[in-house]
Design a protein around this ligand. Structure first.
Ligand code: HEM
Length: 130
């Protein structure tokens, strides 16, 4: 089942567009204090999501676990909270939101590790992929 590969790559590309628009804005407006927020959109949002999608594509057995949907939701919600919090911090605000987001996005990444260890060696899924 390629549902998670498609969803992750779709979300990653949405993050890429958001990161680029944000990058153009911060460059044009000379708001370089926000460069790290832009970098987190591009790397936690775009690059990591697309890599997770490619992992799902290479190991379709991961999608058989009910953990797969939870992992996607926790990671993406965590990324949104983390990046919103980073924008607040870059604008001179309090770090409370970014602290929450960092824990949630870490949990999302940890769930991908758990999913991969639990299902990555699924013989049938490997046979289907190659
Ligand atoms: C339309 C596309 C993009 C535009 C207009 C753009 C614009 C910018 C600007 C203006 C900066 C700040 C440079 C400075 O502080 O002197 C920056 C930094 C950065 N960008 Fe982009 N960017 C784009 C795409 C990307 C992509 C696709 C990635 C990664 C996948 C990326 C990763 C980074 C990183 C890691 C930094 C350094 C952040 C830092 O210094 O803390 N950017 N970008």
């Amino acid at each position: 089942m390629q549902r998670f590969a498609f969803l992750y790559i779709l979300l990653g590309l949405v993050w890429l567009i958001a990161a680029m628009i944000f990058g153009i804005w911060l460059g044009v407006a000379e708001q370089f204090d926000y460069a790290e927020s832009h970098a987190h959109m591009a790397l936690v949002g775009f690059a990591s999501s697309v890599l997770f999608g490619l992992i799902h594509h290479a190991f379709p057995g991961l999608a058989r676990s009910s953990l797969a949907m939870w992992q996607l939701v926790v990671y993406q919600v965590g990324a949104v909270i983390l990046i919103a919090g980073k924008i607040i911090v870059d604008g001179g605000g309090a770090p409370t939101v970014v602290k929450v987001g960092s824990v949630v996005v870490l949990l999302g990444a940890f769930l991908m590790l758990v999913l991969f260890v639990a299902r990555g060696r699924d013989v049938e899924s490997a046979a289907r992929a190659y």
